[in-house]
Design a protein around this ligand. Structure first.
Ligand code: PGA
Length: 256
């Protein structure tokens, strides 16, 4: 059975003081939760602080980064490599978020280079895919998801695929307050799993965790994560408040 994974994507928010207050408060609610894997994904500036605050506090809470460069090191001013993240004991990295694709020109090819570099450094990627509203209205959801998955996850071994988390994030649902309905999300997730099956094999596809992201909040979390192929959530806005994020984690725990 797939263990649910719920991640807090803080994006470009949270000072060191705010991060500290968040972790202290969140631990009161969530330190004892074992059934769900929890990932806190702060901005680069707070990675070390959050890691330090979580040390020896909970086996279930990991730390992730929001992006990285595909090269190991070198003259890439302003960039961070997988090795630098591992140096901070980071476990996960979000790759190919729609904000990076849209605002920073990341293509599936770039995402794929990063995904392979992450695995090489034993960093687990959370790879985001999802259609825009225009693509959905034109009936192109499956086409877009297939292209993004096959491009971003190209040339990975079965083991690497199993250690990859896929996040289905319809672009029209991110930060808009308008989440996909549980049925819409399940339909996309089932298609993603089917595509992963075609790209590898049955066992591998059954082991890959697929998160839903896009306006997840405590009110809709339980129903979304109750769907057969939804194995967790990637949470933006609602993850900035420790109580609301803890409520989403509990919704994941209370599923099965
Ligand atoms: P949101 O963001 O929860 O604020 O919609 C989700 C994401 O971008 O990962």
């Amino acid at each position: 059975m797939r263990k649910k994974i719920v991640a807090a994507n803080w994006k470009m928010n949270m000072t060191l003081g705010e991060s500290t207050r968040f972790i202290e408060s969140f631990l009161l609610d969530a330190a004892d939760i074992r059934e769900v894997e929890i990932v806190i994904i702060p901005p680069f500036t707070a990675l070390a602080k959050v890691t330090e605050l979580l040390e020896n506090k909970s086996q279930s809470i990991k730390v992730g980064a929001q992006n990285m460069h595909w090269e190991r090191n070198g003259a890439f001013t302003g960039e961070i490599s997988a090795a630098l993240l591992r140096d901070l004991f980071i476990h996960y990295v979000i790759l190919g978020h729609s904000e990076r694709r849209r605002l920073f020109g990341e293509t599936d090819e770039i995402v794929n280079k990063k995904v392979r570099a992450a695995h090489e450094a034993t960093l687990r990627p959370i790879v985001c895919v999802g259609e825009t509203l225009e693509q959905r209205d034109k009936g192109n959801v499956e086409k877009i998801l297939s292209i993004q998955l096959r491009g971003s996850l190209k040339d990975l071994s079965e083991k690497e695929l199993q250690e990859t988390v896929v996040a289905y994030e319809p672009v029209w649902a991110i930060g808009t307050g308008r989440n996909a309905t549980p049925e819409q999300a399940q339909e996309a997730h089932a298609f993603i799993r089917q595509t992963l099956r075609e790209m590898s094999d049955e066992t591998t596809a059954d082991r890959i965790r697929i998160q839903y992201g896009g306006s997840v909040k405590s009110e809709n979390a339980q129903e979304l994560m109750g769907q057969q192929d939804i194995d967790g959530a990637l949470v933006g806005g609602a993850s900035l408040d420790p109580r609301s994020f803890a409520a989403i984690v509990k919704a994941a725990r209370d599923q099965k």
